[in-house]
Each structure stands twice: as C-alpha cells, then as structure tokens.
Design a protein around this ligand. Structure first.
Ligand SMILES: [Zn+2]
Length: 115
C-alpha cells in the first residue's frame, strides 16, 4: 500500500523546492560562519562573506516566493500567505493548506491520477 503524501507541497510534487530552500539557507549560514571565522584575518573576507550570505539568503527567499505555486491558478502561495497571515504562523498555515486561498481549488489531489 502506498503512503499518501501528508501535505499539498509533497502531493503536488513541489517538495524538491523545499530542499533547495534548505540548501540555500544552509549556504547562507555557512557564509556567516565563515565570516565569523575570518574576523581574525584582514577583514576584507568578513565583508565579502557577509555580503555573499545576505545575497544568498535574499535570493533563496525571493526564489521560494516565486516558485511555490498553486498548481491550478499559479498563485504565489508563499507570498499570498506571508502577506495575509500573522508573521508567527504563516509558515505553519502555508504547510497546512488544503485549499488554494486564491482559487479555492483543493491543493492536495491535483497531481494525483484521476480516479
Ligand atoms: Zn489556486
């Protein structure tokens, strides 16, 4: 028996985008860590690493808001949720969505084979 995906991000085949985002933010943390370790050196590397980290973090977030979409109406769901929900809970609400807030289509069965 196949295990059904537990939320729409997995069900609609967009889970790989989460891994890219984790990798992107991991790289951001890596840059900041390298920046800290380079503090004892000349100082030029510190600025370069912080700039790299900020750029990577911003690029990752912008990419994430642009690519995680409703498979039906292509609404940018990260942006929709981030701009309409409280800062403390929009990520949880986003992960727990079962209908698109823009078009009201059920999100979690769109990519499953038609019965
Ligand atoms: Zn939609």
């Amino acid at each position: 028996m196949k295990v059904q995906p537990t939320n729409w991000i997995f069900a609609s085949g967009q889970a790989w985008k989460l891994y890219v985002v984790v990798a992107g933010f991991g790289g951001t943390l890596g840059c900041f860590t390298l920046a800290l370790f380079s503090l004892g050196d000349s100082g030029g590397e510190f600025v370069a690493m912080v700039v790299c980290g900020l750029f990577l973090g911003c690029a990752t977030f912008v990419w994430f808001t642009a690519v995680l979409r409703c498979p039906s109406c292509m609404a940018k769901l990260v942006w929709t949720m981030a701009s309409s929900r409280p800062h403390s809970s929009w990520i949880i609400d986003l992960a727990a969505l079962d209908r698109c807030p823009a078009c009201n289509q059920k999100l979690d069965h769109l990519s499953r084979p038609q019965a």
